[in-house]
Design a protein around this ligand. Structure first.
Ligand code: AHG
Ligand code: MN
Ligand code: MN
Length: 335
């Protein structure tokens, strides 16, 4: 059996810092903080069936969705781990209506979806955490919402943790995508997927239950994904319902994930800052592309913290084809 060097996530982050001689180490430490928060959440997710943590809290979040106990636990863990470190100036969470002020001297902005795939929590199906890091923009005494409202193109880093049959953390600082698998016996994330590049596409992922609500362009596009037309791909279909897990599978196996706008959700469902931009940034780093169907998601300027966008993400050719269908069949401004 060939021997490989064992690389922990801490080691990898530190080595990457050497590419930036000007770095102060703050950014490196911020990534450590996130990896540690992820381990704490992973521990809770893994024993969720044993403790009284499954189920609903009885409240609704800012999106009007039911809040589950694990959503709250993950949200509080990420906030507590980053609030007082002095590295983060402001945070925004999918679970909170407004910004979460942190340390006024912090140079970074941390944005996260603490638990993605909430509807799957109670059924032992893969869920995850998504994060995005920007540099602070404002210079005053404290940060403001303006620091959070930055387009994906300005990301300093993004990544996710998927709590699946094993726990993995995948991230990019704009120099490729790296994946680490948590070895629970030693409590360390070990480099398992260096420099991820998405292969020839194998899967498409969409919630087909909404077919009647889609625009003509999206309906025709999905028929193409299913093999209709001379230049159609040969794909199989997979849809988990946790974007982070669907994205992760497609990143490694090749494919496209789509959550278009529809008659019920004219802006789409997914959030630009917490889901579309960070995962799109990773897709691009792995050789893929992310689009709203009309433009590159990474160029979209968020107008509010909970701004939603339609999402087509994954293999570049498959995503560009969505833009072609939408351009051909759908009137601008309509769905
Ligand atoms: P969240 O659990 O953070 O609210 O996100 C759920 C999202 C996303 O993860 C998933 O792809 C999508 O909702 C599933 O929605 P449908 O049930 O409408 O397919
Ligand atoms: Mn989500
Ligand atoms: Mn969520």
């Amino acid at each position: 059996m060939p021997r490989h060097e064992l690389v922990t996530i801490d080691h990898h982050i530190l080595e990457s810092q050497k590419l930036h001689p000007e770095a102060t180490g703050e950014f490196t430490n911020l990534l450590y903080d996130i990896a540690l928060a992820a381990k704490i959440v992973a521990r809770e997710v893994n024993r969720a069936g044993l403790v009284e943590i499954l189920g609903l809290t009885g409240e609704e979040n800012v999106q009007g969705e039911e809040v589950r106990k694990l959503d709250v636990y993950a949200n509080e863990t990420l906030i507590r781990m980053n609030e007082f470190t002095g590295r983060v100036c402001v945070m925004a969470s999918e679970e909170d209506p407004d910004i979460i002020p942190a340390h006024p001297d912090g140079k970074y902005v941390l944005i996260f979806d603490p638990l993605d795939g909430s509807s799957n929590i109670d059924y032992n199906v893969s869920i995850g955490t998504i994060f995005a890091i920007f540099r602070r923009k404002t210079t005053g005494d404290s940060c403001s919402v303006e620091d959070c409202l930055q387009p994906g193109r300005a990301l300093a880093a993004a990544g996710y943790v998927v709590y699946g049959s094993s726990t993995m953390m995948v991230y990019s600082t704009g120099h490729g995508v790296y994946g680490f698998t948590l070895d629970p016996s030693v409590g360390e994330f070990l480099l398992s997927h260096p420099n991820i590049r998405s292969p020839q596409p194998k899967y498409y992922s969409v919630n087909h239950a909404y077919v009647r609500r889609w625009s003509r362009g999206v309906q025709e596009y999905v028929k193409w994904l299913q093999g209709e037309g001379d230049d159609a791909p040969e794909l199989s279909e997979r849809y988990i319902g946790s974007m982070v897990a669907d994205f992760h599978r497609n990143l490694l196996a090749g494919g496209v994930f789509i959550y278009p706008s529809d008659a019920k959700r004219p802006q789409g469902k997914l959030r630009l800052l917490y889901e579309a931009a960070p995962l799109g940034f990773l897709a691009e780093q792995a050789g893929g592309y992310v689009s709203t169907g009309r433009e590159n998601v990474l160029e979209v300027q968020p107008t509010s913290l909970h701004h939603r966008v339609p999402v087509f993400v994954g293999d570049r050719r498959l995503v560009e084809k969505a833009e072609e269908f939408i351009q051909r069949y759908d009137v601008e401004g309509g769905t």
